[in-house]
Design a protein around this ligand. Structure first.
Ligand SMILES: Cc1cc(=S)c(O)co1
Ligand SMILES: [Zn+2]
Length: 261
């Protein structure tokens, strides 16, 4: 089960030798979303997503995941509405996935894991001058989480999958200059939202999470393409990039709200 991969990951991946818990953390991520305990909030607005595909810059293997990064020097790719007070700018998106289809997502729904989870990372450029500063503030970031489930081939994802062999090793980067990430977001508007944190160091408690209720479907070959990436640099002993998800964190004194009844 997931426990063995947890121990394995401890041994294999330096990232998880860093403190797994933040001392005094009260709003850590990820969490299990217990559907029946989430509270419908009629005041939650629909999330408005406006991405300009030409703001896409490159794909980068940072040794933890592969990031698709965007030009966030203007408000050309933003989200607004939902639980958010301000407009947030898209900075990057990345995924978390497992070695096998039984697990891989960071969040769970009623304790169910999905094989992978997409995170679209945005920052509050209205309130803060830089992403780095926003990362340290309670309302600094907004991350849209989308579950991936095993199913039909995903056309939009395939353009990304075709580029992955070029970023197999840690610290490799390739130009990727047109991509519209809204093709990876389900059309169903329903989401859960809660106050949480980054799931990788510095684990700062700066994220308003917006977790889409509906997953997107991808096929086995597309998940396998994620699993052929490496944590390691060219020339090092190869370690497959798998199980790059953080263990579940305690809910503590938090309520998960839903945008739907
Ligand atoms: C900024 C950032 C956000 C998430 S969710 C992650 O996994 C890594 O970095
Ligand atoms: Zn993430």
């Amino acid at each position: 089960g997931a426990c063995c991969s947890y121990r394995l990951r401890d041994a294999l991946h330096p990232l998880w030798q860093s403190p797994l818990t933040i001392p005094g953390g009260t709003r850590q991520s990820p969490i299990n979303i217990q559907w029946r305990d989430s509270v419908y909030d009629p005041f939650l607005k629909p999330l408005k997503i406006s991405y300009d595909p030409t703001t896409c810059l490159h794909i980068w293997n940072n040794g933890y995941s592969f990031l698709v990064e965007f030009d966030d020097s203007t408000d050309r790719s933003t989200i607004v509405g939902g639980p958010l007070e301000n407009q947030y700018r898209l900075k990057q998106f990345h995924f978390h996935w497992g070695a096998i289809n039984e697990w891989g997502s960071e969040h769970t729904v009623d304790s169910k894991f999905y094989p992978a989870e997409l995170h679209l990372v945005h920052w509050n450029a209205v309130a803060y001058p830089t992403f780095e500063e926003a990362v340290m503030e309670g309302n600094g970031l907004a991350v849209i989480g989308v579950f991936l489930k095993l199913g039909t081939h995903h056309e939009g994802l395939q353009t990304l999958v075709d580029a992955l062999p070029a970023v197999k090793h840690k610290d490799t980067i390739i130009e990727f200059d047109v991509f519209d990430p809204s093709c990876l977001i389900p059309s169903c508007p329903d989401y859960w939202t809660y106050a949480g944190s980054l799931t990788t160091p510095p684990l700062t408690e700066s994220v308003t999470w917006i977790i889409k209720k509906k997953p997107i479907e991808v096929d086995e070959n597309q998940l396998e393409a994620f699993r052929m990436l490496l944590f390691t640099s060219d020339g090092e002993e190869e370690k497959r990039m798998v199980d790059n998800f953080r263990p579940l964190q305690p809910l503590m004194n938090r309520t998960v709200r839903s945008s739907f009844q």
